[in-house]
Design a protein around this ligand. Structure first.
Ligand code: PLP
Length: 405
């Protein structure tokens, strides 16, 4: 099992206080904290290995290049991609989805259809709307039921001969729902439709195997898996990455440039214009090693325990409303208490040292479906404890009394 004392010692911020209270950090779905080894990797990168990668003949450049490419291989192994060429470094999930919307979008024509779900993060909605404005594609939406589970029986009706892509989140950041993504991909492939999976909330918390899922595109952000901000990943099947045009032009992504014509570099460099975040990539690889050392299955089981415990404790409040009650949930809870505005509840919790997120969680269509303006969201990571949940529950109780609910 987890050695929580050791783990918590690896994350210096967890020993901080806010307003004189010990910090309880339950905002992990927004971003995660960083272990010492990840921050050290960044420092070491700048102090010992800093030189622009690729093309350099000198020692430091070669070292930095090797570290960057070794990180790509670590990412490949972590999600079990077939080859490292299928791993493109991006700034994060948002940029990766924009890349696919832009480049894959080049293959589409007016009237072609893309299927999304009602529980997408804005970053898996808006890029497709921008594409719709550019190319006249049609967007269709898989709805969810009262528990926040996708109504997959409607998928067959939404699919048509014009469907060109399904873009779906693996785990919903506002609801915690874990979607049966393998089944969705199987259904899509039965119609020869490729699938993009938004893995921002799955990769940090559950085992992901892109080969087993048979995902065509799979994206995630470093900062949600204990790595720094500014680095993320697009996995794409080689055949797709070969087929779609580059996203941005510049250095790194070219083979031969003349004013008449330019040929592009091989994968994955075709999609990595400009100097990449070669320090961030090594820090991401370090974070993945850290997660591997604990074991993603162990993490998933422990976070599930936290979810079950917190849900039980919150259920004791007579006027609690859970937003998202899927049978398969990851470790996050969206809720409301009576008529307390989520912002007010969040503010009281903050004053008691507890960091939660309030609002629409970049998923306004989800809030609209539930008829709420926003929710309070507590989201867990493997460094959280049941003691912290007890502190959180006591704080909710206190807020409930304050607001006479
Ligand atoms: C956080 C998140 C995103 C956006 O990630 P960025 O790191 O902000 O690019 C997209 N989808 C889901 C499900 C998320 O949780």
């Amino acid at each position: 099992m987890l050695d929580l004392n050791q783990i918590r010692a690896d994350f210096p911020i967890l020993s901080e206080t806010v307003y004189g209270k010990p910090l309880v950090y339950f905002d992990n779905a927004a971003t995660t904290q960083k272990p010492r080894c990840v921050v050290q990797k960044i420092e070491e990168g700048y102090y010992k290995r800093n030189a622009n990668i690729h093309r350099g003949v000198h020692f430091l450049s070669q070292e930095a290049t090797e570290a960057h490419e070794a990180s790509r291989e670590e990412v490949r192994a972590f999600i079990n991609a077939k080859c490292a060429n299928e791993i493109v470094f991006t700034r994060g999930t948002t940029e990766a989805i924009n890349l696919v919307a832009s480049s894959f979008g080049e293959l589409l024509q007016a009237g072609d259809e893309i299927i999304l779900t009602q529980m997408e993060h804005h970053s898996n909605i808006v890029p497709w709307q921008l594409l719709r404005a550019r190319r006249g594609v049609v967007l269709k939406v898989i709805p969810f039921n009262k528990k926040g589970e996708l109504k997959l029986d409607e998928l067959e009706n939404l699919i048509s001969s014009k469907t060109k892509l399904i873009a779906c989140t693996h785990v919903a950041n506002s609801l915690g729902t874990i979607n049966p993504i393998k089944e969705i991909i199987r259904q899509a492939h039965a119609h020869s439709i490729p699938v993009l999976v938004d893995g921002a909330q799955s990769v940090p918390h559950i085992k992901v195997d892109v080969l087993d899922l048979d995902a065509d595109f799979f994206v995630f952000s470093g900062h949600k898996i204990y790595a720094p901000t500014g680095i993320g990943v697009l996995y794409g099947k080689e055949e797709w990455l070969e087929k779609i045009p580059p996203y941005q032009g510049g250095g790194e992504m070219i083979d031969k440039v003349t004013f008449d014509q330019t040929t592009f570099a091989a994968l994955p460099f075709k999609f990595e214009a400009g100097t990449p975040d070669f320090i961030g990539s090594t820090a991401l690889a370090e974070a993945l090693r850290y997660v591997n050392a604990i074991g993603i299955e162990t993490i998933a089981a422990y976070e599930h325990d936290l979810l079950v415990y917190a849900t039980e404790q919150l259920s004791r409040f007579d006027n609690i409303r859970f937003i998202g009650e899927a049978n398969h949930k990851s470790g996050l809870i969206s809720f409301l208490i009576g008529t307390i505005h989520p912002y007010d509840l969040g503010t009281v919790l903050d004053k008691l040292g507890i960091a939660v997120r309030t609002g629409h969680h970049c998923a306004q269509p989800v809030m609209q479906a539930f008829g709420v303006e926003g929710t309070v969201r507590a989201s867990f990571a493997f460094y959280n404890t049941k003691e912290e949940i007890d502190i959180f529950i006591a704080a909710v109780e206190r807020a409930k009394k304050m607001f006479k609910q």
